[in-house]
Design a protein around this ligand. Structure first.
Ligand code: P1T
Length: 502
């Protein structure tokens, strides 16, 4: 395995070689798109700071305007240039393999597309299909790994990438978690641009923490030129970056915001240059990202909301005339079917279901007799048994249950086809490989309204209905658009036994 490993004097960024040219602001034409990475605008925010009662000025560094749509284009390009210069990456021969939450992958796939490298990107299931489709369009090959796998487990994206590098000839792991080009790219460009925009006069910079290359690199340069500046890291609950001594990997919980938070400390993190940490969660981050879009016109992603929420907290200590910069790492494009959808936010409790007084049925609760019953299958069955059971049923969905009858997931004809057709699956695998664990579900105990169900049906072909009976989550069936329209037009249900009356 060839590894672009970091030099010994790791954070001596000042002494390192600077290979990316400063952007020529008068250039009319660029040789290729990689030359357009960086030089993103710094935009003063107008509405959110006022609403939040902040006295200082807040500026957004619009990294979502990079060619690949994120701040990570900077490090991807830098790592490729450096590895080429050192003879580690050989054009026309080497294969780039990288574990990523997607944006570094997109930056590398962009460089690979322009320069003609084969590129394999390993990313957790959690990351959006929008990222995956962008990667595929750029010609990258994709491997998905379980989101819940701890970073040191063999199934994690990091360990899978490491294994592939030993198996695939001429494979190169650029390794953003350890490669000094990650912080160096921000030391040389992102921080320089911020200092240039604000004439070396900045009081606070707020940055979301992933690999921590952005925060470490930016902080090192800004502290050299503007020592009074406070560097604030933003880290989601469930990550150990802010308080490594207080948390361990077993505390890690899953959250929706992509790109920030880890269960280990990457080498590119230098905690000595971070003055303050703010913890966030989805409920704070995602509505704030939507506010950045709606109130400031900044078409950014979820971690931008995290950083902005952190900035609103930290900048309360700043006075009139002081300047706070917040970095907005990626773009709306990555999340079009995720937090950009109101329904997606509502199902997860990040937004309330809209009221609708004009529809007589909107607030009425779903009852069990209105649900279309689906068959259950034991989790110990085989995929072939599940397929046979589907064939005998009039639905294309089975509930997969454990010994106690508690729902563990669902088996659908659609996902089984996808595994067999596109994901090199085989019916000889265990049923667990065919189970969908992420699906839309309502619990009858919570008396879900038809309005809420209708909103879910805007983004999903069916809703699974369960009821909790003495701690066991029992599958009761599904509810579909067919059920709903039949109910509201005829006052009748397809099962023939339930009636919904006005
Ligand atoms: O890695 P870091 O410089 O700390 O940037 C954090 C970050 C914030 N927001 C988004 C949307 C991101 O994608 C990232 C980091 N992304 C990766 C580590 C990656 O592999 O794409």
């Amino acid at each position: 395995m060839e590894n672009a490993s970091a030099p010994a004097n790791y954070f001596n960024l000042k002494e390192m070689k600077h290979i990316v040219d400063a952007l020529d602001r008068n250039k009319k034409v660029f040789p290729n798109i990689l030359n357009c990475v960086g030089n993103t605008p710094l935009v003063k925010l107008t509405n959110i700071p006022k609403e939040e009662g902040l006295d200082c000025d807040i500026y957004a560094k619009c990294e979502f305007l990079n060619p690949g749509g994120s701040v990570k284009d900077r490090i991807a390009y830098r790592m490729v240039l450096d590895a080429e210069e050192r003879g580690i990456l050989k054009p026309g021969k080497s294969v780039i393999i990288e574990p990523t939450s997607g944006n570094t992958g997109i930056g590398l796939a962009l460089a690979a597309a322009v320069k003609g490298y084969r590129c394999i990107i390993v990313l957790p299931e959690k990351m959006s299909d929008e990222k995956v489709n962008t990667l595929i369009a750029l010609g990258a090959e994709i491997i998905r790994t379980p989101t819940e796998a701890p970073s040191e487990s063999p199934e994690s994206n990091i360990m899978v990438a490491k294994r592939l590098v030993t198996e695939i000839p001429d494979a190169v792991l650029l390794d953003q978690y350890n490669n000094v080009c990650n912080p160096l790219a921000h030391y040389d460009t992102t921080a320089e641009e911020i200092l240039w925009s604000l004439d070396d006069n900045v009081d606070m910079v707020v940055i979301g923490a992933g690999t921590c290359g952005t925060i470490s690199g930016v902080a090192h340069k800004i502290k050299e030129r503007c020592p009074k500046c406070v560097i604030v890291g933003v880290d989601p609950y469930g990550s150990i970056l802010a308080q490594p001594e207080e948390l361990n990997a077993s505390d890690v919980q899953v959250y929706e915001v992509e790109g920030i938070g880890y269960d280990f400390l990457p080498r590119v993190l230098d905690r000595t240059v971070v003055d303050k940490w703010v913890k966030t969660d989805d409920l704070k981050s995602l509505p704030m990202a939507r506010r950045l879009i709606k109130e400031e016109g900044l078409l950014c992603g979820g971690s931008s909301g995290s950083a902005m929420w952190g900035a609103v907290q930290a900048a309360k200590s700043l006075k009139r005339g002081q300047r706070c910069v917040v970095i907005l790492p990626d773009s709306i494009r990555n999340y079009m079917t995720k937090f950009i959808s109101d329904q997606w936010l509502e199902v997860r409790g990040f937004k309330s279901v809209p009221s609708n007084d004009k529809l007589w049925w909107w607030n009425k609760p779903l009852s069990e007799d209105l649900v279309k019953v689906i068959p259950s299958i034991s989790e110990n069955s085989s995929p072939s048994q599940a397929i046979t059971m589907l064939g005998k049923s009039d639905t294309s969905i089975l509930a997969v249950v454990n010994d106690k009858g508690s729902i563990q997931g669902i088996f659908t004809a659609d996902y089984a086809r996808r595994r067999l057709a596109n994901l090199s699956g085989s019916t000889k695998e265990g049923l667990d490989k065919f189970i969908i664990k992420k699906y839309y579900k309502v619990n009858l105990n919570n008396k879900p309204s038809f309005g809420a169900l209708s909103r879910i049906l805007d983004i999903s072909p069916f809703v699974v209905v369960v009821r909790t009976e003495s701690t066991i989550e029992k599958p009761k069936g599904i509810f579909t658009s067919e059920n709903l329209i039949s109910l509201i037009t005829n006052g009748n249900v397809m099962n023939g036994n339930g009636v919904l009356s006005e």
